[in-house]
Design a protein around this ligand. Structure first.
Ligand code: C5P
Length: 229
């Protein structure tokens, strides 16, 4: 991956945990034939790799150093670290928490910047995360802030875990999301926030397909106008 020319279009989709932005971003990428960057997975991998090395999530310096030694690969829906498939481990609630703890460190965020930019490949990229529009791809062709009420997000996450056979409690999930929302939006480095030039997409009352259609429609409109909608 070496073609990072700014003319390659990027659709940046930011939003809080469990808002459905990952599913929406992946489907939009599929429809447009674009590449897809799940930046949250990168922070989760870093949390997981730190734990493997017995590095505590508060140790910014050691974690930033560790990021330079990671061989990360996304392959057919699997997450590979140094050749091992760690998809299930990385998708756990524990690593969601760990990701949000390692993500507060500016040095760690800086260390991961180039890696994320390398995903900008022709014919285009859909990136989802917290700072796609603000930091990683500020020149994105389209910026979406995708959110939903926290109770609805907790309910969706509960259903998802329940379907996977996991033993999850709605109250615990809700509390966890509230803590993560607060940490993600109040940190000083790249806090989660809607950029002035981003479109708000509230999925509380929308299906995934309706959200996908909204993004595709907005992208088509953005192609006809230099001005962001
Ligand atoms: O999106 P996901 O829930 O997998 O992200 C896990 C955590 O990683 C988030 O709670 C957030 O703290 C962090 N993150 C971030 N910046 C991104 C993507 C994720 O800080 N671009």
């Amino acid at each position: 991956m070496n073609n990072t020319t700014p003319t390659i279009p990027v659709i940046a989709i930011d939003g809080p945990s469990a808002s459905g932005k990952g599913s929406v971003a992946e489907l939009v990428a599929e429809q447009l034939g674009f590449h897809y960057l799940d930046s949250g997975a990168i922070y989760r991998i870093v949390a997981y790799a730190s734990q493997l090395q017995h590095i505590v999530w508060s140790d910014a310096e050691a974690i930033a150093k560790l990021t330079t030694q990671l061989n990360i690969e996304f392959s057919h829906g699997n997450i590979m670290l140094n050749g091992s498939n760690i998809t299930a481990e990385v998708r756990s609630e524990e690593m969601g928490r760990g990701a949000s703890e390692v993500a507060v460190h500016p040095t760690v965020r800086d260390a991961l910047l180039d890696l994320q930019k390398q995903f900008r490949q022709s014919p285009g990229l859909v990136g989802d995360g917290r700072d796609m529009a603000s930091v990683v791809f500020p020149d994105a062709a389209l910026k979406i802030f995708l959110t939903a009420d926290v109770e609805i997000r907790a309910q969706r996450r509960y259903q998802q875990l329940h379907n996977r056979g996991a033993d999850a409690k709605y109250e615990t999930i809700l509390q966890d999301l509230q803590v993560r929302d607060l940490r993600d939006s109040q940190r000083s480095a790249a806090p989660l926030k809607q950029m002035p030039d981003a479109l708000l997409l509230d999925t509380s009352d929308r299906s995934i397909q309706q959200a996908v259609d909204f993004v595709l429609d907005a992208y088509q409109k953005s192609l006809h106008s230099y001005k962001k909608i």
